[in-house]
Design a protein around this ligand. Structure first.
Ligand code: 8GT
Length: 358
């Protein structure tokens, strides 16, 4: 990997600096460095990282930079790719390759009182909630990284209404079940497919104001315009693979519709082509300063009861596909919450499901 790629456009030569960035954390504590005022984007906090040298992979650069700047050896830690993003600071263009690195309790104990890094820079362990609330002044490109970090480790998906079709009143049964079973403050993808379900979705949000909701994109209008009270609960919109590919094909009206989605997006992908489409969408939204694509549901990892005809990818193929994505990847299909650690070893930032996640 080259540390700088050069693009010539007429007389305008722009150099992009490739940077490896480590989001180092232990439980709710996140490690920030402070950039000296003489540096680019100086007098701001940053995640530990630096330029990728010509002979290095991003991963190698990450391990080297973390060791050089802090002394922490992360060679044996699980390193999960969060995403890649480009940012033009005007005076400099950067391409950040961002990874999440969870420290062991021993590593945290050793380094938690280290106030300065090995290059003399100030270090700080900060609370995740304050970091995400914007309490620390970071370079502008990091805004998207903070959006990615909002994703929880587990996401629940609701049952389809048809799951309750044997009940005399399926909608009431659906509502009662989800109202009682969703964990507090959980992120829930309310997968509603018809008008009747949309109504119960609204009722569920009313009964459970604590939950953060991922909504199908086609009912954005419905909720934003008619239910502003519950719209603060909508944390992201979901885009099916079909809608995503239609966007790429620039199907009539679809692009405009996507621009009208003001919340972050989570998209579904099942193959490499759709992941490339998701990358394209993410890039375009970044350039237009629209809210970012914060994740991909990549499925099915394993065989599922809900989609018995879909061929499972298996962890190895899933992992190869996840590596292509420029944003966090959520494992979906045949998973249970206790597979989270295993999933991270294959590159998942989060896992999702219906059964056992509710
Ligand atoms: N380490 C780090 N760099 C970041 C972050 N966000 C961000 O935009 N960058 C940008 O990525 C580049 C980092 O490379 P660097 O730290 O080696 O660059 P530098 O020019 O400050 O270092 P140098 O003095 O060695 O040339 C800088 O342009 C910096 O502004 C971040 O969270 N961490």
């Amino acid at each position: 990997m080259s540390n700088a790629s050069t693009k010539q456009l007429g007389n305008d030569i722009t150099v992009t600096i490739n940077v490896a960035v480590a989001v180092i954390y232990y439980k709710d504590k996140y490690l920030l460095g402070f950039r000296d005022k003489s540096q680019h984007q100086g007098n701001r906090y940053e995640f530990i990282g630096g330029k990728i040298e010509a002979h290095e992979t991003a991963n190698q650069a990450l391990i080297r930079e973390v060791a050089e700047e802090t002394g922490i050896v992360i060679h044996y830690n699980t390193i999960v790719k969060l995403g890649r993003l480009h940012h033009d600071y005007g005076d400099k263009k950067v391409s950040l390759q961002v990874y999440r690195v969870e420290l062991t309790s021993h590593q945290y104990d050793v380094y938690k009182h280290q106030d300065y890094g090995l290059e003399g820079q100030m270090l700080a362990w900060v609370n995740k909630s304050e970091l995400l609330a914007g309490s620390y002044n970071l370079p502008a490109a990091n805004k998207t990284i903070l959006e990615w970090l909002r994703l929880p480790s587990k996401i629940a998906i609701t049952y389809p209404l048809s799951h309750f079709s044997t009940y005399p009143d399926a909608a009431t049964a659906w509502l009662q079940y989800h109202q009682a079973h969703i964990a507090s403050d959980a992120w829930v993808y309310i997968r509603v497919q018809d008008i009747g379900s949309k109504n119960v979705a609204k009722q569920l949000m009313g009964q459970r104001p604590d939950i953060k909701v991922i909504m199908p994109d086609d009912i954005n209008e419905h909720y934003s315009n008619h239910h502003p009270a519950s719209s603060h609960q909508i944390i992201a919109h979901h885009l099916t693979q079909t809608s995503l590919l239609q966007w790429v094909d620039e199907v009539k009206n679809n692009a405009a519709q996507l621009q009208s989605l003001h919340h972050p997006l989570i998209v579904s992908c099942h193959d490499a082509d759709s992941i490339y489409a998701a990358n394209k969408l993410a890039n375009s939204r970044l350039e237009r300063q629209e809210s970012p694509v914060i994740g991909i549901f990549l499925s099915p990892v394993l065989a599922t009861q809900t989609h018995p005809d879909a061929k499972a990818l298996g962890w190895e193929t899933w992992s190869d596909l996840a590596a292509l994505a420029d944003m966090p990847v959520i494992g979906l299909g045949g998973l249970s919450p206790n597979l989270f650690t295993q999933a991270t070893q294959y590159g998942a930032t989060s896992i999702a499901g219906i059964r056992q996640f509710l």
